[in-house]
Design a protein around this ligand. Structure first.
Ligand SMILES: [Zn+2]
Length: 297
C-alpha cells in the first residue's frame, strides 16, 4: 500500500461529528471531478475513497451514488449521482450561483467543520508522497478560483501552499515538511504526522552519524553518536508535546542537552545550574532514551 493510501485510509476511518457531516460531504463533492447540475462525481484509484464518498452522501442526503469501475492498467472508480432530481436536491443545499468555483462557508458551524471539509477535499483531490523519498502534499483543484479559496482557508489555519497552473487543473502544493505535518494534523491524520516527524529525525541522525564517522578520533565520534541519540529522543518528545511533562530531573537533563548539543557530559555538568555528576547525568539521559524507544514500539 502506498503512503498516500495509508493516509487516506486513516482519514476515512475518522467518524465525523454530527456538525461536521455536511461540510465533510461538501468538501468531498466540491473537490471531486464535477459538482454541477449536469454532473456530481468523483474519480479515484482507491476503492475505499469511492465507498467513503457514497457513504457520507447517503448519510447526509439519503442519496446513493452509483460506483463504476474502469481502467485498463490500474483500476479507477467513479462514483456518480445519476438522477437529475438528486443532484438538484444536493445543489439546493449550497449557494447555487457559485457552486463549482467557490466555497460556501455557511457549512462551517465550528472549527471542526472546517477541518472535516478539508479532509473531504483531500480525499477527493489530494495526494501525498512517501516522506522517505520526498516531502510533498498537494491538492489538484479543477479551477483557479476554487484553488485560491482553498489556499486562503488553509492559510487561515497556518498552512501555506504554493500554486502551480497545469493544463486542466490548478495544483496547490507544499514541499515543506512542517507544512505537510501541519496539513495532516489539521485534517486528522495524526498517526501519519508522527511517522513523518520520525522519518525526518532519522534522516538527520543518519546524516550526523555519517558526518561523525568521518571524524579522526573514535572518541569524538562516540560522544557525537551518544549526543545524537539523546537529542533524537529529546526532539521527538518535544515535537509530540511531552517534553515538559517529564519529571523535573529528566526535564533539566533534557534541556541541558538540547541547549548544548555538542558538549560532552563533563562539560554539561560544568554548565548545569544544579550540581550533577557525569554518571548521574548519563543515567538521566539514558532514561529519556528509554522513554523514547518504548514509545516507538
Ligand atoms: Zn463540526
Amino acid at each position: 500500500m502506498s503512503f498516500c493510501e495509508e493516509v487516506k485510509n486513516e482519514l476515512i476511518a475518522i467518524r465525523p461529528q454530527g456538525c461536521c457531516k455536511p461540510s465533510y460531504a461538501y468538501g468531498f463533492m466540491l473537490f471531486g471531478r464535477s459538482f454541477s447540475l449536469k454532473k456530481i462525481s468523483i474519480q479515484t484509484g482507491n476503492q475505499n475513497v469511492a465507498n467513503a464518498y457514497c457513504e457520507i452522501i447517503y448519510n447526509v442526503y439519503k442519496i446513493k451514488p452509483q460506483i463504476f469501475c474502469g481502467g485498463s492498467v490500474r483500476p479507477t472508480y467513479r462514483a456518480e449521482i445519476e438522477s437529475d432530481s438528486d443532484r438538484l436536491k444536493i445543489l439546493a443545499s449550497v449557494d447555487f450561483g457559485v457552486a463549482e468555483n467557490s466555497i460556501d462557508r455557511n457549512f462551517f458551524i465550528r472549527d471542526c467543520c472546517e477541518s472535516a471539509f478539508v479532509r473531504g477535499a483531500f480525499l477527493a483531490c489530494g495526494n501525498i508522497n512517501d516522506p522517505q523519498k520526498e516531502y510533498r502534499a498537494e491538492f489538484n483543484v479543477k479551477n483557479g478560483p476554487l484553488a485560491d479559496e482553498l489556499s486562503c482557508l488553509l492559510e487561515e489555519h497556518g498552512i501555506k501552499m504554493r500554486k502551480a497552473i497545469r493544463k486542466t487543473s490548478v495544483c496547490l502544493y507544499t514541499k515543506e515538511s512542517s507544512a505537510v505535518e501541519d496539513l495532516l494534523t489539521f485534517i486528522g491524520a495524526g498517526k501519519k504526522t508522527l511517522d513523518i516527524i520520525d522519518t525526518k529525525i532519522m534522516k538527520e541522525v543518519k546524516n550526523n552519524i555519517n558526518r561523525a564517522r568521518n571524524c579522526d578520533s573514535k572518541n569524538i565520534s562516540k560522544t557525537v553518536e551518544a549526543s545524537i541519540r539523546q537529542r533524537t529522543a529529546i526532539e521527538y518528545l518535544e515535537k509530540t508535546d511531552r517534553l515538559y511533562s517529564l519529571p523535573q530531573e529528566l526535564l533539566t537533563a533534557a534541556l541541558l542537552r538540547r541547549d548544548n548539543p555538542d558538549a560532552t557530559l563533563k562539560e554539561l555538568c560544568r554548565v548545569s545550574a544544579e550540581p550533577l555528576t557525569v554518571s548521574g547525568l548519563n543515567h538521566r539521559l539514558n532514561k529519556i532514551i528509554l522513554i523514547y524507544e518504548k514509545d516507538k514500539k
